[in-house]
Design a protein around this ligand. Sequence first.
Ligand code: UCC
Ligand code: FAD
Length: 599
Amino acid sequence: MQKHLDLVQSMTQPKLEASNPWLIGGVLRTQLQNVLYNKDEFKHIDDELIDFGKFCNDTLYELSVDAELNPPKLIKQDVYGNVIDKLVLSEGWRKEKEYASKCGIVAMAYENKHGVWNRLIQLLRLQMYQPVSGLFGCPLAMTDGAAYLLKQWLINPTTQCQETTSLVKQGFENLISRDPQKFWTSGQWMTEKDGGSDVNNSTTTIAIHQGGNKYKLFGYKWFSSATDSEMTLTLARIVPENKIEEFKKFPLSLFIMRVKKDDGTLNNIKIMTMKDKMGTRQLPTAELLLQGSEAFLISEEGKGVKAISHMLNVTRLYNASSAVGSMNRLYSIVLNYSLKRKAFGKILIDKPAHQAMLTKFNLNVRACSLFYFKVAQLFSKIQNNVANKDEEEMFRILTPLLKLYTAKICMYWMSEGIEALGALGYMENSYIPLMLRDAQVLTIWEGTTNVLCLDFLRALKSNDKNDPLQKLDIYARFHTHVMMTQLSADTQLPETRKSFIPYIAKMTINHNGIIAELSNILKGSVKYSEMRIRDLCFILCEAFVGGQMLELISKNGREEDILTFELWVEQMQQYTTTWSITPKAFEVLVNQNMVKSKL
Ligand code: UCC
Ligand code: FAD
């Protein structure tokens, strides 16, 4: 009997182990190889990325678990009742900050180690870093966004004020520092109680002029995720003191401010409370009352939203990096588990239904990775001033799509991934459930799905009234170019590898349909365009990814890429029919007011 008890107690289950993210994320590796024609250069960078992937798994992962287990706390008062608003942060969080600086997670994008592909390589590292960063990738997103904005400001300053210039310079240098003693992070305070999407109408924070370029800010910032940051960028309305009651009439401007004064006390900021969140619990998100916080104007007066939008496009890329990286990591854990776990006499990987799920998971990780790679590549060119006008427009058009698409797909696969691990994946001490909780926010912050769909439409609108399709034409050219490249290249492929050609035809029909519909929307001839836009965005993303898959085939011609493309087109066709709402459905929704009626 004892022998049996020893046996049952000694039984083990397969470990939940992640692979090196650079090696498992094969499609990003292949794409990088395609971009870096110099084989020695590729080898060198590839080795660095492999080492960094190992560092993520071996060192950073443990810290991220510590940050999850020891969420930030706010100590409001000391023992004597004095308000101290002290933030207590975990060892894991503080170490993540130290490593973020030392590893140059942000800095690398502003150094010139890899020339034109500097930013691209930084973003490839970033997607490995995100899922083991204990959410430190969130303040880093805003830090990078702020650094990008401040760099542009230093080239095109909006004031000659010495104090402002020196704060911007100090900010920029510290945000990109590799010295942990010097390193700063930045916040981005936009959201207020009345709503985070419609910032323009919701902002109640006012800025009172103090002379020169200095202002004092008064207001309530409803969400501040990087409460431990050294600086922030924030929006407020510049209002004359005798017009405070009419504050809504004054447009938004952008300000830079230190979070703490030189003596270490807060810059007339009261931390009201910490947010009690579904996920991102590692992150010190708080509500802040600004009670005359000293700040400096860094946009043209009234052009605050436009100024901060440059930051938004960076943080949205970070959002996508988190989605892609999390999918990649969970996929590798599920795959490793499936290679060892037995059920009904076989290992899971040999069970057809499980294989089908894994194939779809794999397909979606590839799809999101390819999309991410393309936008990262465009941004890299832009940041190095080698992008042409079309590429600049494409970056603007694709960024909201990339963010909304990868966030949604990631959410789905975090859930499916947990199921694939059975109850082990559901256990808190497996640290897998937090991946699902943390993924949900990716669809909300930095613009919700709907808001990004509308942003996509805004990006597509032409500045030239006589030519409303100008930007859509750029999109179509860009996308069709990819397919044409493939079509002309396919003649060189052996007969056995031409199975995908009918799929190109299917995709082209699909693509042309989307372009036709978008052009009607842009010409103003579609009745319920805002209702339709969400579906259209998802279909467009699928078609865009299909184009990227074709590009991969044209460069590599590998069997696995061809197969992936065929599977993708099959899946795309399903989405086209099941996700779409017909004109008839619109009529029902609108005329019968179905949404507002009770169920
Ligand atoms: O959530 C936040 C921080 C969370 C932590 C970050 C983590 C990141 C990932 C980490 C992973 C682990 S901070 C809050 C973020 N909030 C948002 O994203 C707001 C969402 N709402 C929007 O995006 C809206 O579309 C608004 C606020 C931009 C709409 O404002 P307006 O004022 O109504 O918009 P307008 O009037 O259309 O735009 C004003 C100008 C226009 O230019 P002009 O004046 O030349 O016509 C627009 O074309 O700004 C321009 N613009 C843009 N330009 C607007 N959006 C953009 C853009 N994305 N890129 C370039
Ligand atoms: P709302 O704007 O009220 O939106 C509600 C719903 O309405 C959404 O589904 C949206 O898609 C939809 N909607 C809105 N407008 C339209 C429209 N025109 N058409 C169709 N549908 C529409 N903000 C900061 O500024 N700084 C931070 O550091 C920060 N950190 C955050 C951390 C966390 C964990 C979270 C959850 C949020 C954080 N935010 C932060 C706030 C975040 O940016 C906002 O929550 C987000 O922008 C959405 O705003 P809202 O919550 O007010 O939703």
